[in-house]
Design a protein around this ligand. Structure first.
Ligand code: EAX
Length: 318
């Protein structure tokens, strides 16, 4: 019996390989509750369906393949083939992306979509090639807001001295230093560090604050909406180059459809998250003194150079 079984398995293995000639290992740091995951799931469904199973996508979630910085490095080596990555940590590898992370740059989804889905956004995505990556499409984390466990934050001066966790991003560190915080770069997730008061606060979109139950360890929320946080479908360039043209086209089409689907999901639920955070007892300042924050970060513009400065000037001129 055992011999028959191993004989059948030997027969089947080439067929199995034929069935899915391409394997995409996709990494994200968030859990299956997150919008990052919903986008990855939609991408998986589209690609497997439209390739008749010749391409197989495996989603590695909840930090199972490391931090966003590590996922980017694995993509550069083709150890992973795709990722849904937050723009912040990308700025070390694709500096031009800083242009869309400038504080208080966007005040509406309309302006976000006009820039990210327009020529400037496309130029930034094209810049990924120089880092041995493919920037497929922007999707959405959301407008970032500050939370902390110590005190209400109404003006920028209320932030002074607070230990605020920031993403592993040169620009995000500079922003919170300029505002007066003590910024601590740390990979996601950070619930434990908040609960142990290793850090006083953090900043993220309402969806992330709610989905990670940060209301259990953060008493105060201020709707600063200080940075629009994009996510990016990022790929390994080596993997992309190995694909036939029809599948290269499919990956661009599937990431675009999954990105549009995820943005809608995220925006449709925005009101729910704010109400849910109120319901869970967070003390929310819905109208913080944004001008006091804008004054502190204004000098950062003079530190922009090269292509990031070019794109930022183009966006500000719109
Ligand atoms: O939501 O690391 C971060 O703060 C990012 O926002 C990530 O997408 C988790």
């Amino acid at each position: 019996m055992k011999k028959l079984l191993s004989f059948v398995l030997v027969l089947l293995s080439p067929l199995a390989l034929l069935a899915s000639s391409y394997n995409i290992e996709l990494g994200i740091v968030t859990t299956p509750h997150s919008f990052h995951y919903k986008a990855a799931e939609k991408f998986k469904q589209l690609v497997e369906e439209k390739s008749n199973g010749e391409i197989k996508v495996t989603i590695h979630h909840s930090n199972s393949v490391g931090s966003e910085t590590s996922i980017l490095q694995q993509l550069q080596m083709n150890a992973l083939q795709m990722g849904v990555i937050t723009a912040g940590p990308i700025d070390k590898i694709v500096p031009s992306i800083k242009a869309i992370e400038f504080p208080f740059l966007f005040d509406s989804f309309e302006k976000v979509d006009k820039i990210l889905d327009g020529e400037i956004g496309q130029n930034i995505l094209n810049d990924f090639k120089a880092a041995n990556l493919v920037g497929y499409h922007f999707l959405e984390n959301g407008f970032r807001n500050i939370t902390n466990s110590k005190r209400p934050i109404h003006t920028a001066d209320d932030v002074k001295g607070l230990k605020i966790r920031v993403m592993n991003s040169q620009l995000q560190i500079a922003i919170w230093k300029a505002i007066g915080a003590n910024p601590t770069p740390m990979p996601w997730p950070i619930y434990t560090q908040l609960s142990q008061h290793v850090i006083d606060g953090q900043e993220n979109p309402l969806a992330v604050i709610d989905q990670y139950k940060l209301y259990e360890v953060q008493k105060y929320l201020s709707l600063t909406r200080h940075v629009y946080s994009a996510l990016v479908f990022v790929g390994s360039k080596a993997f992309y180059d190995s694909l036939p043209a029809k599948y290269q086209k499919l990956l661009f089409e599937a990431t675009k459809e999954a990105s549009i689907y995820e943005r809608k999901l995220n925006r449709d639920k925005a009101k729910f998250f704010l109400e849910d955070l109120k319901k869970h007892g967070m003390i929310i300042d819905e109208h913080p003194d944004l001008n006091s924050f804008k004054e502190k970060v204004k000098p950062l513009k003079s530190r922009f150079t090269g292509v990031a400065k070019k794109y930022l000037d183009q966006i500000l001129a719109q």
